[in-house]
Ligand binder design. Sequence first.
Ligand SMILES: [Fe+2]
Length: 207
Amino acid sequence: MAIFLWREVGWRTIMYNQFMENNLLKVKEGITTIIKESPIASDVEHAERTLKWLLVLKPNADDALQVAAYGHDIDRGVTKITNKDLADMKDYDKDRKEHSERSARFLAELLVKNGLSSAFIQKVKALVEKHEVGGDEESDILRDADSIAYFDYNIPLYLQRNGEEKGRYKINYMYDRASEGAKIIIKTLKFDDENIQKIVNEELNKK
Ligand SMILES: [Fe+2]
């Protein structure tokens, strides 16, 4: 009886894991399809890098945290709203809060369509809502992965799109919110373009 029960539970676990794996693959594809519609072409690579850095910071990150990392900026693929739409950076915190809430909502809708459990969806939603500011261990790691990915990949493209003034603001925003450990990683990242390296050095040396 005990062996039968064990087999029963084992079989169910395998079926459940396969179900999750298939669904999560579909979720990742679904996120990529939406992000490809973003007016910011670099958003797909940024999603990959955020997931990559998340797994560097937390190799055992669970599926919900990984989905949150990959889909945290999904809103731009739906609404096409970007920083470029901000006249200046006065309302930046409000803008970031709205961006986080929109992304959390769109990602949750995608997860509902793909049949994920409501506990899983709630966890992803809460993480994405906090991805700009953190507030607990896992959302802090997501925020850090996002900041490191920005320094690792986005800065040249951000400066090109938004100009130097907004670029310098964003460099400060992404650095200041990061944890001390993430700041150490950010400071090791180098830029091929001398002018960009100079801008980053000038901002980080003020700290
Ligand atoms: Fe991001």
